[in-house]
Design a binder for this molecule. Structure first.
Ligand code: GLC
Length: 740
C-alpha cells in the first residue's frame, strides 16, 4: 500500500516539492502548474507592483518592473530598472531619511562620440556596480536604435546613424554592465526610430534596409556581448507588432543569430498575449492580471499549446538563475558614488566634439575673465527626459565648472542668467512643469553686450536643447531661435571689434542646424548631454586640461530637409483621419541611404560630416597596409603620428568602397575603427583593423542572402567620412555568400 501511495505522490508533478537551482530547470518546469507558468511570463504591474499598490512598495522603489515570485518553487522576484545614462530608482523612500542617488553618466550619443570602446566599458562597469549594489538584476539598456532622422526625441539615448558604430558601442556597453553579474536589456528591438505614435506606428522597411541598417546593429551587439535580455519595441514592423513577430523574435533572433537569452516586451498595455508568447516574447511587462488569465484560458481551450508557453517559461527560469537576487547577493545600497563621479567626469571629457577652433582660440588662457552667455550655462542639461532620466544628487553647471577651473566669470551676467533661469523655472511651475525645464534664452541687447566687452577677455555662448521619450522634436527645435541667433551675432560683432574671441558651446541631445551661423564664432565645442559632471568636464576641455578627441557619430546636415528620411518623418504630421502617413505608418523610403550613406553617395554637401572632430593637436597617417586572407577577411594597419605640440588621441575610421556586384551600394561604408592611446608630440602608433568577409557583405534581396562581391575594393583610413588620409586597394578574387 505504502509503495502505491509513494508512487502516486511522486507521479503528481503539480505538487512536487522542488526548489529552483541552476541545474534543475526541467524538474521545476515539470512541477509548475499552468497558473504558475502564466504568472512567471507576466510582470506584476507598473513599477513592479500590482495595480492600486503605490510604486514605493516595490522591492526596489523606482524600479520599472519586476518578474513575479513563486515561493513554493523557490523562484524569487527579480528587478528590472532603467536606464541608459545610469540606474533610475527613487532617490528618497518613505520612512527613510537617507538618499538613494545614482550617478548621471553621459548619454548614449555622448558615449558613441568617444569612439572609445574600452572607455564605454569602464563607464558601464561603474554604472553596473550601482545596478548591483542597489539591488536591481537588470538594467534596461542600452538603447541602440539607429539615428534615422535628427528629430527623433530619443536619439540622445541612442548611439549613431551607422550600424557598425552603434552595434560595437552597444556590445561594449553590455560587457561593462554584465561584468558586474547583472543583466542588460538591449532595446528597442526593432525599428523604433520615432516617438510619434510609437505604440502603433508601422515601420515599413525593405528587407535589405532592415538587414544592413536596422537589424545589423542589434546583430552585432547580440553576437558580440550576449545580453541577458532583449526588449522588443512598441511599434509594428511591416505589419505585425515586433512583440508578436515570430519572424523577428524567433526566426531572426534565435534561429539565425543564435540568441539564447530572454526577450521582454517594452512596457505595453495588454495586447494579444498568446500571440506574443507564440512569437517568442518570453516576458510581458509591466504585466496585467488579464494577461495571465488569457494564457491559462487559451491553453485550457486548446487555442495555444502549453509547449509554446513552456518555451518562454524555460527562458525566464534560465534568466532568473543568473540573477543576484536568485543567488542571494547581499547588496550594500551603498555604491561608491564619489568614484563613479570621477569616472563620469573623465568620460564626459572624452565625448565632447571640437567642431571649430580658429587661430587656437581654445584652450582658453587659465584665469581669464569670461563673459558667459546663455541660460543653459546655468540650467545645464545633463541628460534627456523620460525613462532614461537618472535621479542624481546634483548637476555641475558651466558656471560652477568654469569657476572651479579658476576662470573669473562676469558677475553681472552670472546674476542675469541666474535670474532668468529662476524666472523660467517659476513660470514653468505655474503650469505644472517642475523638471527638465529648458529655459529659452532671453533677448539680450547689443548695447548690453557692448557693456561687457571691456571687462572680459573672451566670450562663451551656450546653446541648450533637450528632448525625450514619448515625443519627437519639433522642426523649429532644429534651428536657432531668433534670440539665440542674435546673441551669437551680436557677441561676435562686439567682441571681434575688440579683437576678442567667441566660443559657442552646444549643450544639446540631438543634431541642430549649424551651417548658417558657424562662420561667426571662433570656436565651437559640442558638449552634448555629458551627465552630472558636465560643467566641470566642459571646463576641462575649454581649459586644455583635456584635449578633445571625440568625433561625430552622425552627420550634421546643412538643413533638416537634406536628410532623405525627412520626407517620411512626423515633424509636421497630420494627426487627423486614419491611415496617416508618418503617424500610423512610416515608409523608410530612403532604404539603406541613411546619414552619410545618403549624403556621400548622392554628393550632398553637409555642415559637419559623420566622424568629424578636431583636436588641439594634429596627426598624420602613413604606411597603410591591407592584407587579404583566403577566407576573404582582411587585416589592415596604418601608422598615426602626433604632428602637433600637445599630447592627444586620434580616432581612425576605416571606410571601404566595394564593387557593385549587381547591387547599388553606398559610396563607402564604415567597416572598422580604432582610437590611439594618448600620443605625445612626435609619437607614433600603429593601429590595426580586422574585417571579415561577412562584414564586407551587402544584402541581396533577390537572392535572400548576403553577398561579398568579387572585384576591386578600396580601404580608406580616414579622419572623418570623406577625409581620407591614407588608402590601399585590394582585390577580392571571388565572391562570398552568407545565408541569413
Ligand atoms: C518605456 C521605454 C523603455 C523603458 C520602459 C520601462 O516606455 O520605452 O525604454 O525601459 O518603458 O520604463
Amino acid at each position: 500500500m505504502f509503495i502505491l501511495l509513494a508512487a502516486a505522490v511522486m507521479s503528481a508533478p503539480a505538487f512536487a516539492q522542488v526548489k529552483l537551482t541552476a541545474d534543475n530547470i526541467d524538474e521545476v518546469l515539470a512541477a509548475m502548474t499552468l497558473e504558475e507558468k502564466a504568472k512567471l511570463v507576466v510582470g506584476p504591474g507598473w513599477g513592479g507592483v500590482p495595480a492600486g499598490v503605490p510604486e514605493s512598495k516595490c522591492i526596489l522603489p523606482g524600479a520599472a518592473g519586476t518578474t513575479q515570485a513563486i515561493e513554493r518553487l523557490g523562484i524569487p522576484q527579480t528587478v528590472l530598472s532603467d536606464g541608459p545614462a545610469g540606474l533610475r530608482i527613487h532617490d528618497h523612500r518613505e520612512g527613510s531619511d537617507r538618499t538613494y542617488y545614482c550617478t548621471g553618466f553621459p548619454v548614449g550619443t555622448s558615449l558613441a562620440s568617444s569612439w572609445d570602446l574600452p572607455l564605454v566599458e569602464e563607464v558601464t562597469k561603474a554604472m553596473g556596480n550601482e545596478v548591483l549594489e542597489y539591488g536591481s538584476d537588470v538594467l534596461l539598456a542600452p538603447g541602440q536604435n539607429i539615428h534615422r532622422n535628427p528629430l527623433c526625441g530619443r536619439n540622445f539615448e541612442y548611439f549613431s546613424e551607422d550600424p557598425l558604430l552603434s552595434g560595437k558601442m552597444a556590445a561594449a556597453y553590455v560587457r561593462g554592465i554584465q561584468s558586474n553579474g547583472v543583466g542588460t536589456s538591449v532595446k528597442h528591438f526593432a525599428a523604433n526610430n520615432q516617438e510619434n505614435n510609437r505604440y502603433e506606428n508601422d515601420a515599413r522597411i525593405s528587407e535589405r534596409a532592415l538587414r544592413e541598417i536596422y537589424l545589423r546593429n542589434f546583430e552585432i551587439s547580440v553576437k558580440e556581448s550576449e545580453p541577458w535580455t532583449i526588449m522588443s519595441s512598441y511599434n509594428r514592423l511591416n505589419g505585425p507588432y515586433t512583440q508578436a513577430s515570430h519572424y523577428l523574435l524567433t526566426e531572426v533572433l534565435r534561429e539565425q543569430w543564435g540568441y539564447k537569452g530572454m526577450v521582454m516586451s517594452d512596457w505595453t498595455g495588454t495586447r494579444v498575449t498568446s500571440d506574443q508568447i507564440m512569437a517568442g516574447n518570453d516576458l510581458l511587462q509591466p504585466g496585467f492580471l488579464d494577461q495571465e488569465a488569457e494564457l491559462v484560458r487559451k491553453v485550457r481551450s486548446g487555442e495555444m499549446p502549453v509547449e509554446a508557453l513552456d518555451v518562454c517559461v524555460r527562458r525566464v527560469l534560465e534568466y532568473i538563475v543568473k540573477t543576484p537576487r536568485f543567488k542571494g547577493y547581499k547588496f550594500s545600497e551603498n555604491p561608491d558614488l564619489t568614484a563613479h563621479a570621477a569616472v563620469a567626469r573623465k568620460a564626459a571629457g572624452e565625448t565632447m566634439v571640437l567642431l571649430k577652433n580658429e587661430e587656437k582660440t581654445l584652450p582658453m588662457a587659465k584665469g581669464a575673465k569670461v563673459a558667459l552667455f546663455g541660460a543653459s550655462a546655468v540650467n545645464f542639461i545633463a541628460g534627456g527626459t523620460g525613462s532614461g532620466e537618472v535621479h542624481k544628487a546634483y548637476v555641475t553647471n558651466m558656471v560652477d565648472g568654469l569657476e572651479h577651473a579658476g576662470y573669473q566669470l562676469d558677475g553681472e551676467l552670472k546674476k542675469f542668467y541666474r535670474t532668468c533661469v529662476d524666472y523660467g523655472m517659476a513660470e514653468a511651475a505655474l503650469d505644472g512643469r517642475y523638471w527638465n525645464v529648458v529655459v529659452p534664452d532671453p533677448a539680450v541687447s547689443k548695447k548690453y553686450v557692448q557693456k561687457t566687452v571691456s571687462r572680459n577677455d573672451i566670450a562663451v555662448v551656450v546653446i541648450g536643447r533637450n528632448s525625450g521619450e514619448g515625443g519627437d522634436r519639433w522642426l523649429n527645435d532644429f534651428y536657432l531661435t531668433e534670440a539665440e541667433r542674435n546673441l551669437i551675432k551680436d557677441v561676435c560683432n562686439v567682441y571681434h571689434q575688440e579683437k576678442k574671441k567667441v566660443v559657442v558651446v552646444l549643450n544639446i541631445g540631438g543634431v541642430i542646424e549649424t551651417a548658417s551661423w558657424k562662420e561667426m564664432p571662433d570656436a565651437i565645442l559640442l558638449a552634448w548631454q555629458p551627465g552630472q559632471e558636465g560643467g566641470d568636464a566642459v571646463a576641462d576641455v575649454l581649459s586644455g586640461d583635456v584635449n578633445p578627441s571625440a568625433k561625430l557619430p552622425m552627420t550634421f546636415p546643412n538643413d533638416y530637409m537634406h536628410h532623405w528620411s525627412s520626407l517620411n518623418f512626423p515633424y509636421e504630421a497630420n494627426w487627423h483621419g486614419k491611415n496617416r502617413k508618418d503617424i500610423d505608418y512610416t515608409n523608410y523610403e530612403e532604404g539603406i541611404y541613411v546619414g552619410y550613406r545618403y549624403f556621400g553617395t548622392y554628393g550632398k554637401a553637409v555642415s559637419y560630416p559623420f566622424g568629424f572632430g578636431l583636436s588641439y593637436t594634429t596627426f598624420s597617417y602613413s604606411k597603410p597596409v591591407v592584407k587579404l586572407s583566403s577566407d576573404g577577411s582582411l587585416r589592415a594597419s596604418v601608422v598615426v603620428t602626433n604632428t602637433g605640440d600637445v599630447a592627444g588621441r586620434e580616432v581612425v575610421q576605416l571606410y571601404v568602397s566595394a564593387p557593385a556586384g549587381g547591387l547599388d551600394k553606398p559610396e563607402s561604408e564604415l567597416k572598422s575603427f580604432a582610437k590611439t592611446k594618448t600620443l605625445a608630440p612626435g609619437e607614433s602608433q600603429t593601429l590595426t583593423f580586422s574585417v571579415d568577409a561577412y562584414t564586407l557583405a551587402s544584402f541581396d534581396e533577390a537572392a535572400d542572402m548576403w553577398k561579398t562581391a568579387a572585384g576591386t575594393y578600396e580601404a580608406r583610413f580616414s579622419a572623418a567620412y570623406g577625409d581620407v588620409r591614407a588608402k590601399s586597394v585590394f582585390k577580392m578574387s571571388k565572391s562570398y555568400r552568407f545565408v541569413k
